[in-house]
Each structure stands twice: as C-alpha cells, then as structure tokens.
Write a protein that binds this ligand. Structure first.
Ligand code: DMJ
Length: 534
C-alpha cells in the first residue's frame, strides 16, 4: 500500500488534466509534485548539494548572511594561502609606513599623534623588525633598515637599558638577522651590545641586575628594590649562549648558565613553579607563595624547554625542571570555566586559587606543542589543544574580537559567560602570544582551523587598531567596538613578533623557518638549534 503522501500525489495528478491554464502556476505545481515524488534520501542529497553550491559562492552571495555561513561552514571559506600572506605583508608595510614617516630611528611609533616614543633610544622597532622583513620578503624595506643599522646605530650611549628587554629584542634580533642573511654587520653589532650588557652580572649573587648603562658599563637594580624578576633573569639564555657559540668566548654562556644552575637548586618552588622575584644580593626568591604563568614568570618555563632544544636535548636539568613545572601547572593552576568548560591557567596566591589569566599565558599552548613535537608526553599536546581553544575564546568572546590583557574565568554554577574582564584589564597591546601558539599548533597538527582563527584575529586588528595615516595602535577597550579608545603606541613586538607569527601561521611551507632547525627566542627571533656534534 502507498503511504498517504503518495496517495495525495496520485489524486492531484488525476485532477490536473486540462484544468490548469496558467502555465507558471502549472510549472510550480509540477515541480512541487516531482519533489514530493522523490524519496527522502534523494531529497536530502539534493538539499545538501544546493547547500554546497550556496556555500561555495555559486549561488548569489546575497542569499546568505556571510558571517553566519563563516561560523557554520568555516572550512569552505578558506582564502588562498598567498592572499593571506599578502595581507600580512600589506599590514607590515602599513605599520612600517607610520614608523618610517613619524618615528624613523626611534624606539616606538605613536601613530595617533604621528610622533615617536623613546625607551632606550636605540631604534628598538627597527631592530626588532629586521628579521620579520627578511622572512616576509620585504627586500626594499630591509635594505633601508640595514642602511640605518650600518650608519646610525651606536651602542656607545650613556643610557640605561633593561637587560632582559634589550637582550630579547636587540641582541636576539641582531643574532637572528645575522643567521638569516649571513651579513657580518649584524654579528658585529650583536657582539657590541652583548659585551656592553655583561656588567649586569657583576652582583654578589651572580643573579643579574635589571638595568645596565651600556655607555658607562655600570649596572643597578630598579630604584625601589634589589630584586630582579625571575622571568627576566631566566629568559636571556638562548641569546647569550648563541653569542658564545659564535664568538668562541664562553663568558656569555657561563654567566647565564650560572643563573639557571642557581635557580634549579633554589628553595621556594611549588611543584616546579617559581615565585616572581629573586634577590640580586643573596640569590634567593622573594615575595614567595605567589605562582603564575603570566607576567614576571612566563618565559622562565618557555626557556627551560627551549634551551634544552637549542643545546641538542642533552641538558637534563633543564628538561627535568620543565617537566616538573608542567605537572605543577596541571596540579595547581588548571581549572575549567562555566558554562563552556574552557580549560584555563589561573594563579595561586598563598594557597588561594584565582581564576585570573594574563594574555601572556597564551604562549603556553605553543610551548607545550613544541615539547610534544620533540618527544615529550603526548598529553602535553592534548593540553595545548585545550588551552589554544581558550586563548582563541579570549578573543572571540569580546565585542571587538580582540583579547583583553587579562581575563577572569567564571567558575560559578549558573554563569552565562566564561570570560569576564575588569575595567582596568580591557586594553590590548597588540601582543603576539595567541598568534604565536596558533603558529605552532598549525605547524604540528595541520588543522586549518588554527589558520582560520588567526585570520579572524588579523581582521580584527585591522578593524580596530589600524591607524589610517600609518601604523597600528594599542587600544584601551576591547569591549567597545564603537570606541576602542586608541592608546597611541605601537609596541616593537607587533612587528617583531605578532606580524611574523601571522605570516608563518598562514604559510603552508614547514621549511620556511623549520622548527627542526630553529628555536624562536621569546621575542620571535629564530636562532639555530645547535648541531648534535656541538
Ligand atoms: C615580548 O616582549 C615578549 O614576547 C615577552 O616574552 C613577553 N612580552 C612581550 C610580548 O607580549
């Protein structure tokens, strides 16, 4: 027996003969009948094919609200790799235009006031951006900048610089540019700044001071304390070790490895997690009991792993400390948010957990993935994937699609929003950490969603931080798309790191700065992994 619908169809067919005069109406009815004649499977197939055509743009675009489609079918909307790479080059050129016109040779561009800011007075943005230009293939821009380094860059200046910042940005930038280009100019400049930074290590404990006068050869702690920051004294090792290798002079390496040796043995850690300060007189941790993977501790963890990789995976103490710290993170700092169950890394203060996570912590998925790539436990990669999702959500859940500097995660039952942002934490400084981790995650998994997430972020930087007259600016409020409130500063790491990681994320060539040959310092400057024989 026919199902009821078929019976309807049969009766309709019979009544049709000779009674329809309006051909359009007849055609419609006829199509409808044919449609109803099809089996459920046939109808589903046709619907699915139509949907595909629609998504691929064969049917008119206006039929679909693009944004909705992007959310539903992101896989169909990938742009070609080349157009994304070109978009990054274009962003770089735009940033460079502002720097060149209003801040040439100075540390930072102030794109709104069309002026510059000075920190050390050493052309910080220009040096930080050298290897980015090389990697992006921006030859003209690179040539101009090289000219400035050759003619105008002098470290013979009566100026106080921060040891950590000038090591990772200037020494790191010069060393990596030397390696990429083979141009000895950059090595000479690296030797010059490296040796001028050495007075920082002349302390009673051999834990370096935070500040050095590179003209006078004197060093000192900040005015208000004799402490240095733990992340700062433990994240200069990749650069000084490489300087020793290149110069054949062991003094640089010995100085920074002494710091690692001492920190390795120190009391005051909790399950491998370190406090944020260390005293330069007695070499002990201070302000104990506070543990974070964010500001003042972050790159300690990153450099444990990276030194181990740089040195050919032979320095077991570094590996042991890294593995212990990852377990410490899991045990003490990892929680899930409500309602979505995002895994996040909070902080511990004298036994109390705080669901606060700095954007800086978003280096962690990339570092965990890098470790897993070099043979560390597979569950590091699983954690990396979860944290990567969280870091992406720190962007996606904001009204501008840009992450705040600090997020607080909800853990209360019944919460409707995972991420909350305090008013003082709503700024975005164009930081790189999430894009950096997306780059590692894409390299190791080949999962296109990481490129797609990065693409969304780049578009939001363009929408809310690009200054029409040149440059990009930090903003004060990621929650207000109508008034993100520019801060008038383009940090050097936007060119040194953020745009470089965008470019490498969108490149499908794993040999373009191969992660088996290079290790990125914490300012995104690639340094060679030493050959096993060394
Ligand atoms: C950079 O200078 C480095 O990435 C550092 O490790 C952390 N802070 C900035 C970028 O956010």
């Amino acid at each position: 027996m026919l199902p009821p619908s078929r019976r309807d169809f049969v009766s309709l067919t019979l009544s049709e003969s000779g009674s329809y005069t309006d051909s359009k109406q007849w055609h419609r009815q006829s199509c409808w009948r044919k449609w109803k004649q099809l089996s459920r499977l046939q109808r589903s197939l046709i619907l699915f094919t139509l949907m595909l055509l629609l998504v691929c743009g064969i049917l008119p675009n206006c039929l679909v609200e693009k944004k909705k489609m992007r959310q539903l079918f992101p896989v169909f909307l990938f742009l070609s790799a080349e157009s994304r790479l070109e978009a990054v080059r274009e962003a770089f050129r735009h940033a460079w235009k502002g720097y060149k016109n209003f801040a040439w040779g100075h540390d930072e561009l102030k794109p709104i006031s069309k002026s510059h800011g000075e920190w050390f007075g050493l052309g910080l943005t220009l040096i930080d951006a050298l290897d980015t230009m090389w990697i992006l293939g921006l030859k003209e821009e690179f040539a101009e900048a090289r000219e400035w380094v050759a003619r105008a860059l002098s470290f013979d200046k009566n100026v106080d610089v921060n040891l950590f910042e000038s090591t990772i940005r200037i020494l790191g930038g010069l060393l990596s540019t030397y390696h990429l280009t083979g141009d000895s100019l950059f090595l000479e400049k690296a030797k010059d700044i490296g040796s001028r930074l050495m007075p920082a290590f002349n302390t009673a404990s051999k834990i370096p001071y935070s500040d050095v006068n590179i003209g006078k050869g004197t060093a000192h702690p900040p005015q208000w304390t004799s402490d240095s920051t733990v992340a700062e004294v433990t994240s200069i090792q990749l650069e000084f070790r490489e300087l020793s290798r290149l110069t054949g002079d062991p003094k640089y390496k010995l100085a920074v490895m002494e710091v690692m040796k001492q920190v390795h043995k120190l009391d005051g850690k909790q399950d491998g997690l370190v406090p944020m300060f260390i005293n330069t007189n007695n070499g002990l941790f201070t302000h104990q009991g506070i543990y974070t993977l964010g500001a003042r501790a972050d790159s300690y963890y990153e450099y444990l792993l990276k030194q181990w990789i740089q040195g050919g995976k032979a320095e077991n103490e570094l590996l042991d400390d890294y593995l212990l710290a990852v377990e410490g993170v899991k045990k003490n700092l990892l929680k899930k948010s409500t309602p979505s169950g995002l895994t996040f890394v909070g902080e511990l203060s004298h036994g109390y957990f705080s669901p606060k996570m700095d954007h800086l912590v978003c280096f962690l998925p990339g570092t965990l993935a890098l470790g897993a790539h070099f043979g560390l436990p597979a569950d590091h990669m699983e954690l990396a994937k979860q944290l990567m999702e969280t870091c992406y959500q720190m962007y996606a859940q904001m009204e501008t699609g840009l992450s705040p500097e600090i997020a607080h995660f909800n853990m209360h039952e019944g919460s409707t929003q995972d991420v909350e942002v305090k008013i003082a934490d709503r700024h975005n400084l164009l930081r790189p950490e999430t894009v950096e981790s997306l780059f590692y995650m894409y390299r190791f998994t080949k999962d296109k969603k990481y490129q797609q997430w990065g693409w969304e972020i780049l578009q939001n930087f363009n929408k809310y931080t690009r200054v029409p007259t040149g440059g990009y600016t930090s903003i004060n409020n990621v929650r207000d798309p109508a008034n993100p409130n520019p801060r008038d500063k383009m940090e050097s790491f936007f060119l040194g790191e953020t745009l470089k990681y965008f470019y490498l994320l969108f490149s499908n060539d794993p040999n373009h700065i191969s992660l088996d040959k290079y290790i990125f310092n914490t300012e995104a400057h690639p340094l060679p992994i030493w050959p096993q024989s060394e």
